[in-house]
Ligand binder design. Sequence first.
Ligand code: TYD
Length: 137
Amino acid sequence: MKETTIADCKLIDLRKISDRRGNLTVIEGKQDIPFDAKRVYYLYDVPGGESRGAHAHKELQQLIIAANGSFTITLDDGTSKKSYTLNRPYQGLLIVPGIWRVLDDFSSGAVLLCLASEHYKEDDYIRNYKEFKKHKQ
Ligand code: TYD
């Protein structure tokens, strides 16, 4: 996680199967994203003005999607920062290990869908920014 930068993170345009009955997007592990998802979680009912995240992961890779509504993700590799506003259910942000992220500006009704490469492990989190900066040196 030491060497990763925000340039290793990217927006992925997912396949959208347009249909007058409703659109469909599919994500195939190791095809549309570089990992097989071992875990899926979603975040919803975020009160206006609230922020989430403020941590980094040592090993975990994630694809974050705005399944509904919108929010902003600010990525930080200890040197540079970049913000993305996600607002399309057919677009995902790939976040590699070793990136500090803060999520805010959640719209009303926003649903954040996350595909994660590993099962939940608290040991994989770095929740202290100073500690994160040390890891990146
Ligand atoms: P956390 O990842 O810290 O949320 P955020 O960074 O968005 O504020 O998770 C919040 C709580 O939920 C934390 O106590 C751990 C728990 N949790 C799980 O038990 N399993 C999971 O897969 C996730 C993502 C969180």
